[in-house]
Design a binder for this molecule. Structure first.
Ligand code: HEM
Length: 475
């Protein structure tokens, strides 16, 4: 490596912060894809005081997430630690490693398999409430579904009342909005607003009621109150029943050697799981339903598989998963074209070499699932929803990090198998019972994504009409 190469900056745009914000507000996805097309796989941008490097070569991403992960830390989302706590998603270093090891047994394939019935029960409960020819708000229904699954499988509680659901849902919408501001605005502004309580909720008008938490701090207080009450309930009533909280109460504390993690750490882990475990999966299922509603041929093929595997009267179980190959391909393709988490970022702890460039310490590294998954370099007809592309041969030729909806390496999603199982069982249960169609004309379903703190939300509500299949009763 010559000195001149070492000092050379990768190509990239020179944008003022206001121009950058305008582009990001307009459409961050197109902006990113245009940058990559123009400047290539390693891009440099100066954004106020931050040196930002956008990386889009799957080999570079693999190196960072798997081989060299110790040389990086997480970026600005960790500013939320004082509020969200230090659970798995935000924790770092040895403490992260210890806690991941403690929590891992709950996510082993055997444990995940045991959640199969809970998943199907919750999905059945939600979809059986739909009326013939009703128009449903897909994101709202899928959020209820995934929250119910998470509450019952990870915390052993069954909440199916819409009131608790909508309060928790609003509390998280509020937190997400604040996260989004933290990413786009100077931290100081957001913190001032947080302290004065003026960060308001992204209230879902349909569910609005005045008792809902309406500031960020209210939301945190509300969730804290729920979590501590839940911990208390588990301690008093059934401390041995297996769930995330009882598991953490009985785990050996790696820091003290004693039994049980401190209450504050259990609260933090619970908060992170409440946060990470439902929103991502509900968004993915929402996109799946949108694509299926507008692709009746794919929907028919899905139903053919369901009829062949499940027959006319049986609900799916986790034992059916290996046979539900096409259903799995639909979920996989959804996470390709609309990955629920659309970008990851890291901070370099020291100077780091990427290809021929040296990235200085304390630089922001930005790696986008959306950009790689929608790149014509790796996917032909990348903007076409095509579950059939996922043949064994195609997978074997695809660079490992040209598809990474769940991240990779030691910080990869601990809930991946959980989410995939839930996705497949949800699609199977819903499409076994219902035909799903666009609410009006096909054009009314918009596939335009919206960025919310790194999550790929639908920009416009997705509404579909459901029609029951003429079928024997399923049990
Ligand atoms: C389709 C659904 C999901 C997607 C696309 C998704 C995606 C991700 C991604 C990309 C990361 C890595 C973040 C990073 O490297 O900075 C992550 C981390 C994480 N996810 Fe998921 N996730 C999903 C569902 C779930 C579920 C169901 C759970 C829990 C049951 C969960 C729990 C977590 C946790 C705790 C972490 C932090 C792991 C760590 O840092 O050690 N996720 N997820």
């Amino acid at each position: 490596m010559t000195n001149s190469k070492k000092q050379q900056l990768p190509p990239g745009p020179q944008l003022s912060i206001s121009d950058f914000k305008e582009k990001v507000n307009e459409n961050p996805f197109n902006f990113l894809m245009d940058l990559i097309e123009k400047y290539g796989d390693v891009i440099y941008m100066k954004l106020q005081q931050d040196d930002v490097y956008i990386l889009s070569n799957p080999d570079h991403i693999e190196q960072i997430l798997t081989r060299d992960y110790k040389l990086f830390s997480k970026t600005r989302t960790t500013e939320l630690r004082p509020f969200l706590g230090n659970g798995l998603l935000l924790n770092e270093g040895d403490s992260h490693r210890h806690h991941r090891k403690i929590i891992q047994p709950l996510f082993l394939p055997k444990s995940i398999k045991s959640y199969g019935n809970i998943m199907v029960d919750n999905i059945t409960h939600i979809s059986e409430n739909w009326q013939e020819n009703a128009t449903i708000d897909v994101l709202q229904e899928m959020t209820m579904l995934t929250m119910g699954v998470m509450a019952e499988s990870l915390f052993g509680i069954n909440f199916r009342d819409r009131d608790t659901f909508s309060k928790i849902s609003d509390a998280f919408a509020n937190i997400l909005e604040t996260l989004n501001r933290l990413i786009h605005e100077p931290v100081e502004n957001v913190l001032v607003d947080l302290e004065s309580g003026s960060t308001t909720t992204l209230t879902n008008q349909v569910l609005y009621d005045n008792k809902k938490p309406n500031t960020f701090q209210d939301s945190i207080d509300y969730l804290n109150q729920k979590i501590y009450a839940l911990m208390d309930h588990i301690k008093k009533t059934n401390p041995d029943k297996p769930n995330l909280i009882s598991h953490l109460m009985q785990a050996k504390d790696p820091e003290t050697g004693g039994v049980g993690l401190p209450e504050k750490q259990i609260r933090d882990e619970t908060m992170i799981f409440l946060f990470a475990a439902h929103d991502t999966t509900s968004t993915a299922l929402t996109w799946s339903l949108a694509y299926l509603a507008t692709n009746q041929n794919i929907q028919d093929k899905l139903r053919k598989e369901l009829d062949a595997v499940l027959g006319e009267t049986r609900v799916p179980t986790s034992d059916d998963l290996p046979k539900l190959e096409y259903t799995e391909k639909i979920f996989k393709e959804t996470l390709r074209i609309r990955p629920s988490v659309w970008a990851l970022s890291r901070l370099t702890n020291e100077e780091y070499m990427v290809g021929e460039y040296v990235i200085p310490s304390n630089s922001v590294i930005f790696m986008s699932q959306y950009a790689l998954h929608n790149s014509s370099k790796y996917y032909s007809d990348a903007d076409k929803f095509n579950p059939d592309r996922w043949t064994k041969e195609f997978i074997s030729k695809l660079p490992r990090f040209a598809y990474f909806p769940f991240g990779g390496g030691i910080r990869s999603c601990i809930g991946e198998t959980f989410a995939v199982q839930e996705g497949i069982l949800a699609l199977a249960t819903i499409f076994q019972r219902w035909y799903v169609m666009p609410a009006n004309k096909e054009e009314n379903i918009s596939f335009e994504p919206k960025n919310l703190a790194g999550f790929t939300k639908p920009k416009f509500p997705i509404r579909v009409v459901v029609k029951r299949r003429k079928y024997k009763s399923i049990s």
